[in-house]
Design a binder for this molecule. Sequence first.
Ligand code: SAM
Ligand code: SF4
Ligand code: SF4
Length: 342
Amino acid sequence: MALPEHRSTPTDTLGRRLHDLRLSVTDRCNFRCTYCMPKEVFGRDHAFLPKSDILTFEELLRLSRLFVGLGVEKIRVTGGEPLLRRDLPKLIEMLAGIDGLKDLTLTTNGSALAALAKPLRDAGLKRLTVSVDALDETIFRAMNDVDFPLARVLEGIDAAHDAGFGPIKINMVVKRGVNEHQIVPMVKRFSGPHYILRFIEFMDVGTSNGWRLEDMVPAADIVALIRREIPLAELPANYAGEVARRFRHADGGGEIGVISSVTQPFCQSCTRARIAADGQFYTCLFAATGHDLRALLRGGLSDEAIAKAIAALWRVRDDRYSELRSDATLALPKAEMSRLGG
Ligand code: SAM
Ligand code: SF4
Ligand code: SF4
């Protein structure tokens, strides 16, 4: 029997189906990573979203269910810093219970993970990504720009292992002249079966991080730099459209990957939807504006009407910012990543 229109998976103008959902649960963060929330812009007087604008757990659950009904199989909880959201394990438990959801994961800066890893695991979180940009204390503190100690994040990662997470993904954003000489130490530290290390090209998300092409280290250079010291064997993609190029240490010591969003864009296979903490629905990481799903949720619309609206927005999606990146696109207005969900 054919599914009613609002229950079947929509496909956009480039033939990309809706498959992943990134759910931002807060626009706040206790770090001021220079590439994401530079403190000159996100200072004391920065206007974060008021509580009343932020989706409640019930609203997040309702939207998530509707997206799963439209074909989403994977939800990544993010932010801002998601662990700052009060009672987060409760939300995880609610999302973990969604029928048809195959994967539930979360990206965090790890600062509060030591206390929360076990409650999150017990609540049903399946996988975890922790961002770590350096193993050198001075560089780590300079990149988070709030003098946060590396040891607390490493304790969080240990706590996550103890709680049963594994392998844990580690994200490292590489910025030229800042942390590129941390690449090889990171490969050595996060080797073995317990970790999957991902190097991410510095991206021109938002308009406040002062992005310049020359500050971005291309993924190919990252791989070449590692290969000078550590032999790597390339791995086949796990699935069509996987964004990371994957390698394993030739001696069998674990997996690394590079995400070349700038040098080798993967828009053609981009199946990600994003919901900001205030319920704005973004169809691209580089979009300037979203679509207000909160107004639909709070306006008394039925599930069917909201699902139909989401499907209609996905069907007209034509985003491919990274493929079109140029001096001209750099000047376009874009929402901040901390707002729309990294
Ligand atoms: N606060 C959490 C964290 O840092 O893991 C989750 C949100 S953060 C926006 C999600 C991911 O985006 C992090 O791994 C972060 O390093 C990455 N990110 C932020 N700004 C970036 C940029 N300009 N270029 C590339 N990656 C970036
Ligand atoms: Fe916060 Fe994550 Fe952005 Fe760093 S990357 S400022 S930890 S939201
Ligand atoms: Fe997807 Fe937009 Fe990134 Fe392209 S630029 S991969 S469409 S989020």
